[in-house]
Each structure stands twice: as C-alpha cells, then as structure tokens.
Design a binder for this molecule. Structure first.
Ligand code: AMP
Length: 326
C-alpha cells in the first residue's frame, strides 16, 4: 500500500522512490495505491486545482506502468472508512510524539499561518491508510522512513490496547536501501513544491529537461586521480545511475578517476538519457489525462476494490474496540 499527494506535478523522486516499486510489485502482491487527496488539504486548502491534480497523478501512475486492473488504484477520499480509523488512531497518538516529527516541523516552518491539526496528525492519517488494508509492505522514498516507524507504533499500540488486529507495516524498496533522488542544485531532494528548476518533472518537455540538467552545479573537475567526489558531483552520478546505461556510467567514472572528465559532456549525456526515459511517460500521461471517462472508470473500480478490504478491516476494528452494542 502506498500513496502520492495530488499537490503538483510528479517528478523523478516520486518515480524512483515510489512508482517504480509500485509497478514491480503489482505482479507479485495484492496492491493498494491511492491518490492522497485528503493529505493534500493539510498544505493546499485551496481546492481549485484539486480535480486536475488528482487526474494528473492518476494519469502519471498509469503512464508509468501501473495497471488499474491488477491493483486497486483509488482516491483516498472515496474510502470513508479511512477517516473513521483515523479518528480511533488519533485517540492513541500523543501530541508530544507528533510535534517531534521532522515533516511536521518542516511544514510548520514553511506555513506558519496554517499550522493546522491535520498537519500535526498527518502521520496518523497515513497510518490509517496503510493499516486499513492490513498492509505489510509500503513502497516509499527515504523521506518517509520516520512516518513508517510511526505507523508501526500506532498499529502496535492498537493491538496492545484492543487485541491483535494489525500486522506491522515496513517501508519497502526492491533495491537494498530506500531511495532519495537529489535535486539538481545539490541542495536537498527533488520535490513537487520547492526548487522547481532543480527538479525534473515527468511532464517536462525535452528542451526543459536539457536546460535543467545543463544548469546542474559542477566545477572544473578533479586535479588528482581518485579524488573523493563533492556532494553535487555525487548527485549527478547518482542521477545517471537512474537513467543511463552501465557502460556509459563506467566511462564517466573512469574519466573522473583519471582527471579527464568533461562535465559538459556528462550533463549532455545525462540530459539525453533523461529525455529518452521521460518522453514516452509524458506522452502517454497526456493521452490518459484527456480521457475523462476512462479516469472516472478507473476511480470507480479502484474505490470498489479498496472498499471491500476497508469494510472487512473496520468490522474487526469496531468489534475489537468494543463498539458493538447489539
Ligand atoms: P509526496 O510527493 O510527498 O506525496 O511523495 C510521494 C512518494 O514519493 C513518497 O513515497 C515519497 O517518499 C516519494 N518521494 C518524494 N520525493 C522523493 C525524492 N526526492 N526521492 C525519493 N523519493 C521521493
């Protein structure tokens, strides 16, 4: 189980941190993937763009290879049981632990005029989304590690207080470690809202991708063989690992070690490999986004699958809590 907020355009971080794993999991596991529209209200209370953003996220999920016939692909707000479970879990989540969450502190700093209770209880809603389907594996990027730990805490607390209902969810990635896709300016991670020029979006056209990559920070190159790489150069190699062929990467690694690297050439190569990777996804997502009837069908079908699992879990939850008077 996993989700992505409809707060803007999806980017390479979303793709390599989350979507790529969704696509690989769909053939092996029973999967629930959602557009986290309720979560987006904590930071984006203006809903003028919401419908368009929900449709964009759905289209980009499908264009990246997710098959709505294999998984439950749905909108969070269509599953009302989520908000009921969120309420019960809120009674077990403490103000102190929520205030300590890194994402809460970041967001409170970013929007000091709107430090709403939803922002504080964001990890509780996320835990509800996950354990509602008794999910055990949660494909997410590295930035979500702390939230997953909290989801485990809430699941265990519920089990301890009311009896064993929920398994422990774990963050999941097909590689050995969770992924963090760095931003092109070497400062922080690619993100939907910050650093738009340092983030590559799945919707960027070829020219824009080239422009962004060519602006990535470099220097005049190492002067001694086998010099350790500065962070911003490690980032460029890291991005290459995501989209370029192994022999291409090897060549630039050798050039670096032998002090003959030309960063201009390296960035040109990276830009072309990114264009090759993103163009088919962008084209397919555009086609899907223009097919409103298909998207409606996807959402209905997804909600039906997710509701079945949600209803079954909530019957158990109410029973366990003792909300069964007749
Ligand atoms: P969000 O965009 O915050 O709704 O996140 C959706 C998913 O994308 C989550 O699983 C995040 O962990 C993942 N994600 C977002 N940004 C990055 C990034 N720069 N690197 C890796 N994963 C990311």
């Amino acid at each position: 189980m996993s989700g992505i907020r409809p707060t803007g355009f999806l980017h390479l971080g979303n793709y390599f941190g989350a979507l790529r794993n969704y696509v690989r999991m769909q053939d092996e596991y029973n999967c629930y993937f959602m557009v986290a529209d309720l979560h987006s209200l904590t930071t984006h209370p203006d809903t003028k763009e919401l419908k368009a953003n929900v449709e964009r996220v759905l289209s980009e999920n499908i264009a990246s290879g997710l098959d709505p016939d294999k998984v439950a692909l749905y909108c969070q707000s269509h599953i009302r049981e989520t908000t009921e479970l969120y309420l019960y879990l809120n009674m077990m989540a403490y103000k102190g632990e929520l205030e300590k969450t890194t994402t809460f502190k970041d967001k409170a700093r970013q929007q000091p005029d709107n430090v709403n209770a939803g922002l504080l209880t964001y990890p509780v809603l996320q835990a509800a989304d996950i354990i509602l389907h008794k999910a055990t594996l949660v494909p997410v990027g590295k930035d979500q590690e702390q939230h997953l730990e909290m989801a485990r805490t809430f699941a265990n607390r519920f089990n301890h207080r009311y009896g064993n209902v929920f398994p422990e969810p774990q963050a999941f990635n097909f590689g050995s470690e969770l992924v963090k896709v760095p931003s092109l300016d070497g400062a922080g991670k690619m993100s939907k809202s910050e650093n738009q020029y340092a983030t590559i979006y799945l919707s960027d056209d070829d020219e824009l991708i080239r422009k962004k990559v060519m602006k990535a920070k470099t220097d005049s190159g190492p002067t001694e063989p086998n010099t350790p790489k500065p962070d911003y150069i490690t980032n460029i190699f890291g991005l290459m690992q995501l989209v370029s062929q192994p022999d291409v990467i090897r060549k630039f690694e050798e050039d670096y070690d032998q002090c003959r690297i030309r960063y201009g050439d390296m960035k040109k190569q990276l830009a072309e490999d990114m264009v090759t990777f993103i163009t088919p996804i962008r084209r397919r997502a555009d086609e899907i986004r223009n097919d409103g009837a298909y998207l409606k069908k996807v959402m209905e079908q997804g909600a039906e699958k997710a509701s079945q699992s949600a209803r079954a879990t909530m019957a158990e939850v109410r029973q366990a809590i003792g909300l069964n008077y007749y």
